[in-house]
Design a protein around this ligand. Structure first.
Ligand SMILES: [Zn+2]
Length: 122
């Protein structure tokens, strides 16, 4: 996220998180797991640097999906949970791509979350 000149650094690899579509923080925001009030106070992270979350992204545009540690892999999880989680996280990822491609339609950060989650914090 190049919101300022420096951008935000990943808490795992210390490299800049340049794009919305590689931001773990914003993905968690659009799926309703982060309060907008704390969004800018929370540490950034690349999706690739959080395999436990990134493994749920089921979209061919997400390349080089990282492998989650043993015990946290999809096959280790409850199937219903894993399916629901995959649906939600994948929608969140597609939402990030949509926002990134069409910034004019998403001027306010409050418009970022998925429709059904948008009223959650207001
Ligand atoms: Zn990183």
């Amino acid at each position: 996220m190049a919101r300022c000149d420096q951008g935000y650094l990943c808490r795992v690899c210390d490299q800049e998180v340049e794009k919305l579509s590689e931001s773990e923080l914003y993905l968690r925001f659009v799926i309703g797991e982060i309060d907008p009030e704390t969004l800018h106070l929370s540490p950034e992270c690349h999706l690739h640097c959080n395999p436990i979350l990134a493994q749920f992204i089921d979209d061919e545009r997400f390349k080089n999906r990282p492998i989650a540690p043993e015990g946290f892999r999809l096959e280790d999880l409850d199937e219903t949970y894993a399916t629901e989680r995959r649906n939600l996280v994948t929608r969140g990822y597609r939402r990030l791509l949509e926002i990134q491609a069409n910034r004019k339609a998403f001027l306010q950060v409050h418009d970022y979350p998925l429709e059904e989650l948008r009223g959650r914090w207001s």
